[in-house]
Design a binder for this molecule. Structure first.
Ligand SMILES: C[S@@+](CC[C@H](N)C(=O)[O-])C[C@H]1O[C@@H](n2cnc3c(N)ncnc32)[C@H](O)[C@@H]1O
Length: 385
């Protein structure tokens, strides 16, 4: 039976309401109710007046702005954490139109710093069957968890990614065809599952019509005294001029110019950060055991003069073993949360979570902002093309 145009339209409107309700259910309760109020008064004005606008928000943060401000590109921030990837694209004048972050503690920090002028999606897989409800955008940012793909599919393309979080990204890309994707992962993604994981990711990006480029960048080459290597995938829609000629940024700072002192805060409460005798003994005993069994170094200690620290991880809050700061005549100390933020390049007035455990964990998961800033500068021409 043929449906009338009115019935078709009514059904489409009903479906749109359903997916909207799903997004709202996933959003933080407070924001969800404001969004529904705003929608029922048929405008975003309520949201805009309640939350700082983009420019007010930027003015309140001491971001380093490049002279090259673009104002008319939109981006989405998936697996957003506390928004490290977002900062440099805000600086360029981009507008974030969709954010997805599963962890409520990370979302609260994100909202405290960036406002909440759009619905915060929680689980990105909730839009797997309705990617069209994600607002149109030019750029996708995603630091996604590394998961193996099934070996059953042999095509090494989009269909092989089903059931993984990468599928959620690729599925939005398929529906929305943004200009550029910037994906971040651990360096180990290159060899993960014998190289199959990266092969499938690159194969599916190709199938979706993108020229993908990969490189490992180290925070030390971009002004941060932290040895942090991360794999970046930049995928540019093949029809854009120069998509295949994209070049990753060159180092912006000479490694020899860095020292750990650059990240340290002389006004931190070093007494409170000094580790207990018990913890210090535990670290030393573990190191002795590790050395005897050839299992690595255990704790790592640096002084302000050291050129760099080890990589801060999401487990730093447990015992700080990967970065201890030497103190004369005292047990070593942990980094303060602010110092951990400095190591990752967060602006000096960025507000971190009040729980130290959450703050260290979120910073260990974050991207080095300086590296993203250098990447953003090189991508602006594709966003503006
Ligand atoms: C490596 S962190 C990303 C860091 C972030 N890009 C930044 O700039 O600071 C990965 C994030 O993905 C989030 N996540 C994991 N599964 C998710 C899902 N299904 N939907 C949304 N976020 C998810 C985690 O909570 C975590 O914060």
């Amino acid at each position: 039976m043929k449906m009338s145009k009115d019935t078709q339209l009514a059904m489409a409107a009903e479906r749109a309401r359903e997916v909207d309700a799903r997004l709202l259910r996933n959003a933080l309760p407070g924001v969800a109710s404001q969004v529904s109020t705003a929608r029922s008064s048929s405008a975003r004005t309520l949201l805009d007046s309640r939350w700082a606008t983009n420019s007010e928000r930027l003015a309140s943060l001491d971001f380093v702005t490049s002279g090259d401000v673009l104002s008319d590109f939109k981006f989405i921030d998936l697996f957003a954490g506390i928004g490290g990837m977002r900062i440099p694209f805000d600086e360029l004048g981009g507008e974030c139109v969709f954010t997805s972050e599963l962890d409520e503690h990370a979302r609260s920090v994100y909202e405290a710093n960036f406002g909440a002028d759009h619905v915060m999606n929680t689980d990105v897989t909730s839009v797997d069957d309705c990617p069209e409800i994600v607002p149109d955008h030019d750029l996708v940012l995603a630091g996604f968890p590394c998961q193996p793909f099934s070996h059953a599919g042999k095509k090494l393309g989009f269909e092989d990614t089903r059931g993984t979080l990468f599928f959620s990204i690729a599925n939005i890309v398929k529906a929305k065809q943004p200009r550029v994707l910037l994906l971040e992962n651990v360096r180990g993604l290159k060899s993960h599952d014998g190289g199959n994981t990266l092969r499938v990711i690159l194969g599916s990006l190709k199938e979706l019509g993108y020229e993908a480029h990969t490189d490992v960048l180290n925070a030390r080459d971009f002004g941060l005294p932290q040895n942090r290597n991360r794999l970046f995938i930049v995928a540019i829609r093949s029809d854009l001029l120069g998509a295949s000629e994209y070049a990753f940024p060159e180092p912006t700072v000479s490694r020899g110019d860095l020292s750990v002192a650059m990240a340290l805060d002389p006004s931190c409460d070093s007494d409170a950060l000094t580790i207990s005798d018990r913890l210090w003994d535990g670290h030393q005993q573990r190191r002795a055991r590790n050395q005897a069994s050839g299992k690595g170094f255990g704790y790592q200690i640096v002084s302000p003069d050291s050129p760099y620290t080890a990589t801060i991880s999401a487990r730093y809050y447990k015992d700080g073993s990967e970065i201890l700061i030497a103190q004369e005549g005292l047990n070593p100390r942990l980094l303060s949360v602010r110092e951990a933020g400095n190591l990752q390049g967060f602006p000096s007035n960025f507000q971190f979570h009040e729980s130290k455990k959450q703050a260290y964990k979120q910073l260990g998961n974050a991207v080095p902002v300086n590296v993203i800033r250098a990447l953003a500068a090189g991508l602006s021409k594709y966003l503006n093309a």
